[in-house]
Design a protein around this ligand. Structure first.
Ligand code: 5GP
Ligand code: ZN
Length: 113
């Protein structure tokens, strides 16, 4: 999608610090980390949000969780992490390309604010 920040990051038009990449998924460090580890994992196909997950594209979500577990194992934080996807303005979604925040390295409270 032409005017999408994360599509531009995937294409390399905007620089990012890559953590993982394969044919369908890209993971990179968040520019404004909310924890010592703050990685964004996104499908390369433009999907606007979690509200747009369908039977056809839900495989990306399963794969993203696989990738998250792999990154956690490789980076040594399998014992404690949080995965968050904000969907829509009221939930605080600022970039309208489906993304999963992978956070670790500190304690997290529940319920979230
Ligand atoms: P949201 O608020 O939509 O759930 O998450 C969007 C995330 O994208 C935020 O955590 C924000 O810091 C991150 N972000 C926004 N612009 C950029 C950017 O240009 N580069 C990177 N690496 N992260 C960004
Ligand atoms: Zn996009």
């Amino acid at each position: 999608m032409d005017n999408c920040l994360f599509c531009k990051i995937i294409k390399g038009e905007i620089p990012s610090i890559k953590v993982y990449e394969d044919e369908t998924v890209y993971a990179f460090n968040d520019i404004e980390p909310q924890a010592p580890v703050h990685i964004l994992i996104i499908p390369k196909e433009h999907i606007t949000s979690a509200a747009d997950i369908t039977e056809e594209n839900s495989g990306y979500v399963a794969h993203i969780f696989e990738v998250a577990a792999k990154i956690a194992k490789e980076q040594g934080f399998s014992d404690g992490f949080r995965i968050v996807s904000n969907c829509g303005d009221s939930a605080g979604q600022s970039v309208k390309h489906l993304h999963f925040h992978l956070l670790s390295g500190r304690d997290f409270t529940w319920p979230p604010g």
